[in-house]
Design a binder for this molecule. Structure first.
Ligand code: BG6
Ligand code: MG
Length: 215
């Protein structure tokens, strides 16, 4: 049965997916091109370095690694500026209620995020105290859809993957959960996240009962 819930951060618990998009768009525009919201879907869940590589491909550009590192830092400085003012009111609806319900029922809670800025966001929004384990972009070496981030989370919680559920807004993240042999709940559009065991619009639409029913 259900023993642990692993949460992606950006786009699941907080609406930072929009800030990532704005900062990447600003970078692409500064290089003389643009990309669509549909293309942006492909950036969700993947690391900063891999996102930049995709964006440069879309723009038909290629730079030496050193220049790429500079561009990634530039995007991150804009992004950090956007998230440093974040407060508890930017936690997405239903998040605190679900986390409380899980805690009351002794279900373990972990973060499984590709972001190196995860801790700052959790601290600014008051989410940190809910987590029994935090796995973020500073500790994983392989980007989603590789299952590493979620397998590490389960390991830190001392819980088998078969007792875990992952909450994800990115198709790369849903795939990572499935490769980790965990249950996956998609947050967002059923079309983008069709491989998930269940898709809901947001966290207000899911309760413990429904999560347990996946097992
Ligand atoms: C993921 C986001 O959570 O973190 C991606 O979905 C982002 O869009 C990735 O690229 C890395 O984040 P950061 O904060 O380390 O640049
Ligand atoms: Mg996400």
């Amino acid at each position: 049965g259900l023993q642990a819930c692993l949460f992606d951060l950006d786009g699941v618990l907080v609406d930072t997916a929009k800030y990532h998009y704005l900062a990447w768009k600003q970078l692409a525009n500064s290089l003389g091109f643009d990309f669509t919201e549909l293309q942006n879907e492909e950036l969700k869940g993947i690391s900063r370095v891999e996102s930049l590589k995709k964006i440069l491909t879309w723009g038909g550009l290629d730079f030496p690694q050193e220049r790429q590192d500079e561009l990634a830092s530039l995007k991150n400085s804009w992004y950090v500026e956007m998230i440093s003012e974040m407060k508890v009111d930017e936690v997405l609806p239903g998040s605190f209620e679900l986390l409380e319900e899980l805690r009351t029922n002794q279900i373990k809670i972990a973060l499984g995020s590709a972001s190196k800025n995860a801790q700052l966001i959790l601290d600014n929004t008051g989410l940190t105290p809910y987590f029994d384990a935090i796995v973020d972009g500073n500790v994983v070496s392989k980007s989603k859809p590789d299952p590493e981030v979620f397998l590490k989370g389960a390991e830190m919680l001392h819980i088998s993957p078969s007792g875990c559920v992952v909450f994800e807004d990115a198709s790369a993240g849903v795939e990572a959960a499935l490769r980790a042999t965990m249950k996956a709940i998609g947050i967002g559009s059923p079309k983008e996240l069709s491989k998930a065991h269940l898709v809901v619009e947001d966290l207000t639409k899911i309760q413990l009962k429904a999560i347990q029913n996946l097992f």
